[in-house]
Design a protein around this ligand. Structure first.
Ligand code: CUA
Length: 339
């Protein structure tokens, strides 16, 4: 199990221009930075140590037997004395493995129960994660915030745990939500609500990926968890709760955006744009990346994306709108004001 996770950890978060800027960001389960990832790490180490001890004992006995009883030039062809029915040996090799299995079972069951049955404190932040082909929608029902691809949450508060509880839903096919440094994987399944929680110990950006094959752009369904200090998180919430900025310098660009069919799929709160199929753009420029983590969020990449999303991420649901260069410039100018 551990080696499989290693391989997966090594391929997250895929190849992308945005990821190239994030090489300091860790996607290894061996550097956990929060509960329940620590529990997963400890149980993985514990299992590994037991398996390593068994391997060393068996390999040593085998090597000893191969050398000690190897064929020598003047050996007779007779078999050595054979031993049958030793109660001591048979009891040992039955009882010891049973004990090992029960110890591993007990430790695993205890940690699974601890993680799954953790009650949500009344004050805990709750968010809903919705998997889409191929991006993530994050809603904070109690705060009235909807965002995409970057989940902002608070870190532990001093020494006190400050978990965020997540409900996971899918708008289409099965996905899986995984941030290796923060928690194990949880499947995101249509017509079902799964739950998990994370409790990061340190502010920072944590990267992850969809880990259930969900179509051609599965590898480009990346996600980020932006962990903020308590104060920074409060500031983030206040900013996100505001309707979109109506920059007087960008009124013409805004009207151009609102006249295009962008509004059928995207919401910009405070404007007539209230489409629900694509990411909410109200505070687009507060996000580090676009297109679910594959591109840095800046003028140049926004321009390329809007010009032809199908070239950058073939098969995604945003069509090439065949906009003129002027229209693209206007849309990008407007989007850049959505701080
Ligand atoms: Cu979504 Cu793989």
């Amino acid at each position: 199990m551990t080696s499989r996770l290693c391989v997966l950890a090594a391929i997250v978060p895929g190849v992308s221009r945005a990821a190239a800027n994030d090489q300091h960001q860790v996607t290894s389960i061996f550097q956990p930075l929060g509960t329940p990832a620590w529990d997963v790490y400890h149980i993985a180490n514990f299992t590994f140590i037991i398996c390593a001890v068994i391997f060393v004992i068996v390999a040593s006995l085998l090597t000893y037997a191969l050398i000690r009883f190897r064929c020598r030039p003047n050996d007779t062809e007779e078999e050595p004395p054979q031993i049958y029915g030793s109660n001591q040996i048979e009891t040992a090799w039955t009882v010891i493995p049973i004990l090992i299995v029960f110890v591993l079972l007990g430790v695993t069951a205890r940690i699974v129960a601890e993680v799954q049955e953790k009650p949500a404190p009344k004050t805990a932040l709750k968010a809903t994660v919705i998997g889409h082909q191929w991006w993530w929608e994050f809603k904070y029902p109690s705060l009235g915030i909807t965002t995409a691809n970057e989940l902002n949450i608070p870190a532990v508060d001093g020494m006190r745990s400050n978990p965020t509880f997540l409900d996971l839903e899918s708008a289409d096919v099965a996905h899986s939500f995984w941030i290796p440094q923060l928690a194990g994987k949880t499947d995101v399944i249509p017509n079902r609500r799964n739950e998990m929680w994370i409790d990061p110990s340190k502010p920072g950006t944590y990267v992850g990926n969809c880990t259930e094959y969900c179509g051609t752009q599965h590898a480009n369904m990346m996600l980020r968890v932006v962990v903020l200090s308590k104060d920074d998180f409060s500031k983030w919430v206040s900013a996100q709760q505001q309707p979109a900025v109506a920059d007087p310098q960008a009124l013409e660009a805004r009207d151009a955006f609102l006249s295009l069919s962008c509004v059928n799929c995207h919401t910009v709160r405070g404007t007539p744009a209230n489409g629900k199929f694509g990411p909410d753009l109200t505070h687009l420029m507060s996000r580090q990346t676009i297109a679910s983590g594959i591109l840095p969020n800046n003028r140049q990449e926004l321009r390329e994306w809007i010009k032809d999303p199908q070239q950058l991420k073939p098969g995604n649901l945003m069509p090439n709108m065949q906009l003129t260069d002027k229209q693209i410039d206007q849309v990008v100018s407007y989007l850049l004001t959505l701080k």
